[in-house]
Structures are given as structure tokens and as C-alpha cells.
Design a protein around this ligand. Structure first.
Ligand SMILES: NC(=O)c1ccc[n+]([C@@H]2O[C@H](COP(=O)([O-])OP(=O)(O)OC[C@H]3O[C@@H](n4cnc5c(N)ncnc54)[C@H](OP(=O)(O)O)[C@@H]3O)[C@@H](O)[C@H]2O)c1
Length: 295
């Protein structure tokens, strides 16, 4: 039995779809969900639903009872993640899970000097627990999803013609979330990944300046990249009533980009995918070429 956590989320759900495409029988796939009402589509496909919460150790232990392989999708509540992930790793050990595949993060600076140290903390700790656990594991060190670019640049970027982020000339080798899920499914259905730590990052890194140029070419509009200081950026967002936690996160990611944390190119992703990964240019064309803002 392969058990996928975060199965009502985008990564988990897409991985399950890839497992089904690979002819893994639905009754050999289980989905950990917090709320079964959100999993009607999984149920209709014949996926076995297990109710559990990263905050509830006993629920995890019961859910993992007959899991041979576990895809552990990292949680999305940054402030509670360390204790949640500790529950997952401990439950996997106690339940006798044979192999854990974990979705971690990729950064050139895993120290607490990183502007996104609050994001990295749970990942670094979870990797350590897995390595010490005696479990067989595979760690997927995922770079930033290119699916996040529209979130980072904001929905008004095309309208205003400005990408406003304090990232300087920093670059990031973004990855497509769907392809990361495909890789997770490939790993869950093949052998030779025990004890492996895979840096999953794009073949090419892009700055916001590069993204502005690509968007200008795609849309025919003049899109400029403006890089304010982090202080100016935070002040602008405060004045626009953006919540403080969100400002901290956005600023942290951009400053980390400016410092080259995500400027890591590697071909492991291409090998595990079995083809060239989607490029940022290809993704932006798909996202923005039909956008109604382009008229
Ligand atoms: N590399 C990147 O750029 C990047 C970007 C964003 C996120 N991430 C990380 O990658 C993960 C997967 O991404 P995604 O896009 O699939 O995120 P997502 O759509 O937000 O899905 C997160 C999943 O985790 C589940 N979850 C959250 N807290 C839980 C808990 N306490 N107990 C059990 N399940 C819980 C959610 O359940 P519900 O449906 O019940 O809420 C959901 O199924 C995220 O959780 C985050 O750690 C990475």
C-alpha cells in the first residue's frame, strides 16, 4: 500500500493521479485527509481514505498501519510544522512503514542566517529525523515552484507593467509542481532510491528581470522589473494593508533570491523525470498567453 499525505492538496492529489496513470490499482493507494468531505473525488476513484491530522499522533499511527510506502508531503502551517512533522516521522517508525519519500526544500543557505529560516526550519529538522530514524527514506529537495511566480509578481503585474520585488538580480531555478509530483510517483513505483537526497531544481535560473523580459515578449506589453530595498518593499505592502505575516514571507523569499539561495542548477530532475523539465518561458507562455489582461 502506498499512502499519500496532503492528498487534498495540489502536490498530493497530482501524485495520486500519476500513480493511477502508472496502473497502480486504486485500492493499493491510500490518502491521508483531514476532512473526508474534501476528498470526494479521491473516493470516487477508489482511493482508500484515511482520516488523520499531523497534529494528532494517534490518528497518524492508525492511518499508517498498513502503509508500505509513505509520501510525506510537508505541511503548510509554518508556525506548527516542526511538531507536526515530528509526529509524522515518529508514527511512521512506530507503524513500521518501509519507505518514506519526503518533500523538503532546496536552499544554498540552510543556516539560521537565511531570510527564510522560518520556512526551512521544519524541513531541516525533518531531514535530520529521517536520517536518524532507521527508516528507509528518499528526500526530495524541491526548489521553488514556478506555479508561485504569479503569486510573487501579483495579479496586477500585467496591468501595471511593473514587477515589484526586492530580489535584485538574484535568480531562481524554478520547478513545475506537477513535474515534482510526477517524480514523486516515479520514485514510489521504482527501486534504487533508498537513502537518496535529490536536489530537484531547474536546468536554468531566472531573475525577475528575465521574467519581465519574457512576459513583455509574450504579451507585447512593456513589463519592467523594479527592485526596491526590502524596507521600501515592506512599507509599500504595509500601506496597501497586506497582513504582516504575508509581508514577512514575501520579503524573505525575495531577499533570499537576491542572496542567490535558489540559484542552483542541476540535472537530477531531468534524469528522474526522463525528459527536459518545463522551462519558465514555457510555463509563462501557458499561463499568460491567453490571459484576458492581454488585449
Ligand atoms: N517549493 C515551493 O515553492 C512550495 C510552495 C508552496 C508550498 N510548498 C510546500 O509543499 C507542500 C505541498 O504543496 P501544495 O501546493 O500541495 O500545498 P497545498 O495545496 O496547500 O496542500 C497542503 C496539504 O497538506 C495538508 N495539511 C496541512 N496541514 C495538515 C495537517 N495538520 N494534517 C494533515 N494534513 C495537513 C492539507 O490538507 P487540507 O486540504 O485539509 O488543508 C493539504 O492537503 C506544502 O504543504 C508546502 O509545505 C512548497
Amino acid at each position: 500500500m502506498i499512502l499519500v499525505t496532503g492528498a487534498t492538496g495540489q502536490f498530493g492529489k497530482t501524485t495520486i493521479d500519476f500513480l493511477l496513470k502508472k496502473d497502480i490499482p486504486a485500492n493499493n493507494i491510500a490518502a491521508l485527509v483531514r476532512d473526508e468531505a474534501k476528498a470526494a473525488d479521491l473516493k470516487s476513484k477508489g482511493i482508500i481514505l484515511k482520516t488523520g491530522d499531523y497534529n494528532n499522533y494517534e490518528s497518524l499511527l492508525a492511518a499508517f498501519a498498513d502503509a508500505d510506502k509513505l509520501l510525506f508531503v510537508s505541511g503548510n502551517e509554518i508556525e506548527n510544522r516542526v511538531s507536526q512533522h515530528e509526529n509524522v516521522v515518529k508514527a511512521a517508525i512506530q507503524a513500521g512503514v518501509k519507505h518514506v519519500v519526503y518533500t523538503s526544500f532546496l536552499s544554498a543557505n540552510e543556516s539560521n542566517t537565511s531570510p527564510i529560516a522560518m520556512v526551512g526550519e521544519a524541513h531541516i529538522q525533518t531531514e535530520k529525523w529521517l536520517k536518524e530514524s532507521g527508516l528507509s527514506y528518499t528526500i526530495l529537495k524541491n526548489n521553488i515552484y514556478m506555479d508561485m511566480i504569479p503569486v510573487f509578481i501579483g495579479e496586477k503585474a500585467l496591468e501595471t507593467g511593473i514587477i515589484y520585488q526586492p530580489a535584485g538580480e538574484g535568480k531562481c531555478a524554478y520547478v513545475l509542481r506537477e513535474e515534482m509530483a510526477e517524480i514523486a510517483a516515479n520514485i514510489l513505483t521504482s527501486t534504487g532510491h533508498e537513502g537518496k537526497i535529490y536536489p530537484l531544481t531547474g536546468n536554468k535560473a531566472y531573475s525577475y528581470g528575465d521574467i519581465a523580459k519574457i512576459l513583455s515578449e509574450i504579451t507585447g506589453k512593456d513589463i519592467q522589473y523594479v527592485s526596491p530595498t526590502p524596507e521600501e518593499f515592506s512599507k509599500t505592502l504595509q500601506e496597501a494593508n497586506v497582513p504582516a505575516a504575508y509581508i514577512g514571507m514575501l520579503t524573505g523569499f525575495s531577499v533570499a533570491k537576491a542572496q542567490g539561495e535558489f540559484d542552483i542548477e542541476d540535472n537530477t530532475m531531468e534524469i528522474l523525470l526522463g525528459r527536459k523539465p518545463t522551462s519558465v518561458t514555457g510555463y509563462l507562455k501557458k499561463m499568460y498567453a491567453t490571459n484576458e489582461l492581454i488585449s
